[in-house]
Design a protein around this ligand. Structure first.
Ligand SMILES: C[S@@+](CC[C@H](N)C(=O)[O-])C[C@H]1O[C@@H](n2cnc3c(N)ncnc32)[C@H](O)[C@@H]1O
Length: 279
């Protein structure tokens, strides 16, 4: 019987080459993705292409950008959920309330979900901001930009439709507020008043210079930096400061960086959240 293991197994040298390629192009360290996952995905892709020589396939990936995109997509971890880290989303909602109370809302409130995967995080931010603004009587223009390196994840995100399994963190009331249930498919479609505020763009966090410099009130980057080396995490965070509006907030996953400081920002003392605000 056919098994992936029997098909191909990469030598240590080949694994090193793949690890270097992956890190150079995406920042991701192979150690964080299971080694067997790499072996399996490369073997499966080679089988689809009817190739049997791993060196030949590696060479092809180096020459053919579309092939690189195809295999990279399989190596990425894209796990996500709506309101995955509720405390961080709540911080965004509180920020809207505070600004409404202080009458310090600008013309537009803009948020960025970096490494947004299939869109759940970006729509969660939009839903939280939408909730915040429902209490505001003033101007309530807001936008959320989701960026990711994976084209397939972004294509999925743009459809704005999800199975109930992605909504496990939401109460029934929240589901009703943010989604329309599609009777025929049993899937949940993000309500247009939320979905139309969200825009998805392909972007590599390791190539921030190539991204538009749109000033942000909130930058949300969770469960992505954790795959990178520490120096790269710090380097990216430092660059992201340039995208923050005055009083803008940078929110990362708890523990994704330890002991990081920068003179232009201050850590926010919020329990269960790792966030920094422009001074
Ligand atoms: C584990 S998911 C996290 C999704 C979401 N942020 C969350 O916390 O639920 C990581 C996402 O980062 C994306 N990613 C990986 N490397 C990237 C890079 N260099 N630039 C942009 N996105 C990247 C992956 O495609 C994936 O969708």
């Amino acid at each position: 019987m056919w098994t992936v293991e029997a098909l191909s197994s990469l030598s240590d040298e080949q694994i090193q080459l793949w690890a270097k390629l992956l890190e150079r192009k995406t920042g991701i360290q192979l150690g964080e993705i299971r080694l067997s996952h790499l072996q399996t995905q490369v073997a499966l892709r080679m089988k689809e292409l009817q190739l049997s020589d791993p060196d030949e396939y590696f060479h092809k990936v180096g020459q053919d950008y579309q092939e690189w995109l195809a295999v990279m997509d399989r190596l990425l971890v894209k796990e996500t959920q709506f309101f995955r880290h509720r405390e961080s989303i709540d911080l965004v909602k509180r920020e809207i309330f505070n600004r409404i109370n202080a009458r310090s809302l600008n013309d537009s409130f803009d948020a960025w979900s970096l490494g947004c995967s299939t869109g759940e995080e970006a729509y969660s931010l939009a839903a939280a901001i939408y909730d915040g603004f429902r209490l505001s009587e003033g101007n309530s223009y807001f936008s959320v930009t989701g960026t990711d390196i994976s084209y397939s994840a972004l294509n999925q995100a743009r459809k704005a439709i999800y199975p109930e399994s992605r909504l496990v963190q939401l109460s029934e009331q929240e589901k009703g507020r943010y989604f329309n249930l599609e009777q025929h498919s049993g899937q949940f479609l993000v309500k247009p008043e939320i979905a139309q505020r969200v825009n998805f763009i392909r972007g590599n966090i390791c190539e921030l210079d190539a991204m538009p410099k749109l000033p942000m009130d909130v930058i949300f980057c969770q469960n992505l930096l954790v795959y990178f080396r520490r120096w790269r995490r710090r380097d990216i965070l430092k660059q992201l400061i340039d995208w923050l509006k005055p009083n803008g907030i940078l929110i990362i996953g708890v523990g994704e960086i330890v002991g990081w400081q920068h003179k232009r920002i201050k850590a926010l003392p919020v329990n269960g959240v790792q966030a920094y605000q422009l001074r």
